[in-house]
Design a binder for this molecule. Sequence first.
Ligand code: FAD
Length: 469
Amino acid sequence: MRQALDADVIVVGGGISGLACAWNLQQRAIRVLLLESAAQPGGSIGTTREQGCLLESGPNSALDTTPLIAQLLDEVGVAGERISANTAARNRYILRDGRLTALPLSPLEFLGTSLFSARAKLRLACEPFIARGAPGGEESVAAFVRRRIGIEFLDYAINPFVAGVYAGDPEALSVSAAFPRLHALEQAHGSLIRGYVAGARARARDPEKSKQAAPMFAFRDGMQTLTDALARRLAQVELATEAVGVAPGRGCQSVTARSMNAQRELRARAVVLATPAHAAAKLVSAFSSDTGAALAAIQYPPVAVAISAYPREAVRHALDGFGVLVPQRERRSILGTIFSSTLFENRAPRGLALLTTFVGGMRQPELARLNDDEIAAIVQAEHVALLGAPARAQFVRVRHWERAIPQYTLGHAARMAAIETAERRFPGVFFCANYRGGVAIGDCIKSADRVAGEVAKFLRDQQGAKIPG
Ligand SMILES: Cc1cc2nc3c(=O)[nH]c(=O)nc-3n(C[C@H](O)[C@H](O)[C@H](O)COP(=O)(O)OP(=O)(O)OC[C@H]3O[C@@H](n4cnc5c(N)ncnc54)[C@H](O)[C@@H]3O)c2cc1C
């Protein structure tokens, strides 16, 4: 006799990856139950309001890299809530010798910029003549950049960029895992510049956009608009419910769920683990120690996010850009600051400047673990020094992420191969989260679409043609 199932699929984890995957499955008329251990959905995405300001403790924006984003926004009814970044946010500053210097936006600006020396510009011009790296060999982002475009670009372009995206360390990240497009460009064309020029037509036609070309967006009421809408539209979401065990089986996966003081066994044909890697590691170690070890090896550095408001006229810098990224060589105590009130309309009442500053990461994990007052003091001192802000902000709110963003470090490809092996060895168990396929919100939506497609196929294969594709 068949055991009663609680759903066709149980999705564990209600961040953007799990929510988008669950939604995609529900759209295919598959019965989904989503379990989320926190009291609210969204994972890293979280919006609050204070003194008329909109505070994002996780992502401030997303890049429209794939048509799947517009499709998802339409489906859940939030396309009309979407807002575009202000044109004033086009400038991006890099700190060099203690001063904010705009990143050049055109070849002409590049020639004139003081951000890079004449020697570094000449070195870049040599890039097409540098030999291609050995295929198959894994190289760090830092080694790749040093080899292809020189140390100054590593220090003043890639190092701050990596801090901005991964809160990461370019010496530790794997170029093929963290920046697969860059790696593929070299492999295909032997040069980034030649590859970029050769690919111009194909890029213009491709509906998928690179992160450099994709428009930036957010939502009028903050990034949580999307995750809230997804959670509202899913038929079965259980919040404050933690999966504490998973047992794979032939055609029936069991999940032990704990909420309040109660513990239950839930059953479904498939389970999607959409938690951070360390949480997935705990769940799978019981039935596959290799997979558990691969997941547990994915590092997540701590990051503290400090959101500060100052009277606008009291800040000397024009704040005419997206924000400033801080290279490690500058020896400061912050990774960077987003000029949030410039980036989007209505982030702060007129007359207030709202700044979102990131502290810690792989560079200075110890700083992210300081208490709120200590972090506020560090951030305010940096704002005084770098932006000409007054000594005290009107308010500072700090959010700690003990494990912020997964690092695609050397060995990541092998870890992902271990996960693929687990999906083959335990049919019906799937992995879908930001340690796989990219950390950006658009990447998570793309991965969710891919995994949902695989789950749907698995169910169809299992059940004949009962479930529509
Ligand atoms: C500070 C910060 C700033 C960022 N800025 C940007 C940005 O500007 N743009 C951008 O595109 N991306 C940004 N990112 C990255 C992006 O936000 C994340 O990669 C993405 O939101 C991760 O989604 P996820 O669903 O994979 O994981 P998560 O959001 O981590 O969700 C996983 C969920 O699983 C739940 N969970 C864990 N264990 C269990 C369990 N046992 N049972 C049930 N539930 C469980 C957790 O509570 C969580 O809700 C930022 C990330 C951070 C931390």
